[in-house]
Write a new protein. Structure first.
Length: 382
């Protein structure tokens, strides 16, 4: 049982020691938190669609293109009340999805299909397209961008290629050069967002990121799709590169796809490294985060408190590239770390904007230059 949805899943024998991906049909109970966020975020987006008064709830179509047991789509049909198509090319999954639709009495609101996700997404348009595959979504982004009319939700669990740990794999999958730094989780998110922006632009659509979060190996984003060349062109203005100086820790964005980049670090003169093209724009909309938090009250979710905490962090974090890690800078300076809250207070007291982030407990964002950040850390550790 997740939310108010019952789901039959393959139960591994007690002595089995295999990961969910090795089961005949995939089901990972650890992902309940992410599916709870999906219910609240999709519900919030549906309310936005309904407020335009151009469509009725029952007419809104959602596709769970990689459905396995059907759990995502079942929850959307049952707990959000829109029509869901659950697709999986595996015959075992297809049979299980049909059974799960019956068990939940969702025959009117849900349907199962057994196709290659790319075929289905090229054949049919959906208001909301959810791409939650194993590993990388990159082979499906073109079809998903074609199909998505209003919202595109994408999961990536291939964090090593996204974050620069597997450099060449990342370049092949996302046509972007990542950089493995302490802020690799934000780098991965921005590589993924950049890839989505370019795929949507091909289909003359723009995007507005509503909510994005990185929790361990799970990168997830909810993008409002904005049809039209004007939106597509505007979206691409947020693409660019990130320069990073390994010597002093300077980092900074360079906007544009055709750019001239000085190789010298503006802070210390060291040789910088370049990552990109990346999405450099906002990755969440605070108002949408509030709407998701309000939806939590309307849905009986098992992980509600954790969801509220993550979304509140996302809402309140400064939405500029890239975060810093307090402990990394302290170590470099040989300084002792104060509590992250008092450090952020000190940055603010010096006239800078600063916030914690959802990426990690020791991370922070600020518009302070690296030299000022270091001065404040040193002053605090005296
Ligand atoms: C990670 S699981 C999906 C998990 C599911 N979204 C959930 O929340 O539990 C990936 C599923 O995608 C299916 N699959 C993989 N490639 C596919 C493709 N090209 N077309 C359709 N289904 C595919 C697999 O059979 C597998 O069941
Ligand atoms: Zn430098």
């Amino acid at each position: 049982m997740e939310g108010t949805t019952k789901v039959l899943v393959p139960v591994p024998p007690p002595d089995a020691n295999f990961p969910p991906s090795a089961a005949p049909v995939f089901y990972n109970p650890e992902m309940e938190l992410n599916r709870d966020i999906n219910v609240a975020a999709t519900a919030a987006f549906v309310e936005r669609l309904l407020s335009k008064k151009e469509i009725h709830r029952e007419e809104i179509r959602y596709v769970d293109a990689f459905s396995a047991s059907g759990i995502r789509g079942l929850r959307i049909a049952g707990e959000v009340g829109i029509h869901a198509t659950m697709n999986d090319w595996s015959p075992e999954a297809f049979e299980l999805i049909k059974e799960n639709i019956k068990i939940n009495g969702l025959e009117e609101k849900a349907q199962a299909t057994r196709k290659n996700a790319n075929v289905l997404l090229h054949e049919q348009r959906f208001h909301i397209v959810d791409v939650d595959p194993f590993g990388t979504p990159s082979p499906y982004l073109d079809a998903a961008a074609t199909s998505a009319h209003s919202m595109l939700s994408v999961t990536a669990t291939d964090t090593a290629p996204l974050c620069g740990a597997h450099l060449n794999s990342g370049i092949r999958k996302y046509a972007a050069v990542p950089l493995n730094t302490e802020y690799h989780s934000e780098m991965g998110l921005r590589v993924l967002l950049g890839a989505c922006a370019r795929e949507l632009a091909k289909h003359e659509k723009g995007m507005l990121p509503l909510l994005s979060h990185v929790t361990r190996h799970y990168v997830r984003t909810y993008l409002e799709v904005l049809p039209g060349t004007r939106h597509a062109d505007r979206t691409l203005k947020y693409m660019g590169f990130n320069i990073h100086c390994p010597r002093c820790g300077f980092r900074g964005p360079v906007y544009g796809l055709a750019v001239h980049i000085e190789r010298e670090c503006p802070a210390c003169g060291g040789l910088t490294k370049i990552a990109g093209p990346l999405w450099l724009g906002p990755y969440k909309e605070p108002e949408f985060c509030n709407e998701v938090i309000s939806e939590l009250e309307a849905h009986p979710l098992n992980t509600k408190d954790k969801v509220r905490k993550i979304i509140t962090f996302c809402r309140d974090e400064l939405d500029i590239p890239m975060f810093y890690d307090q402990h990394v800078i302290c170590k470099e300076l040989g300084a002792s770390a104060t509590g992250i809250e008092s450090f952020i207070e000190a940055l603010r007291a010096s006239g800078f904007e600063a916030s914690r982030t959802h990426f990690s407990g020791t991370s922070f964002k600020t518009d302070a230059p690296i030299s000022e950040i270091k001065n404040i850390i040193l002053a605090l550790s005296e």
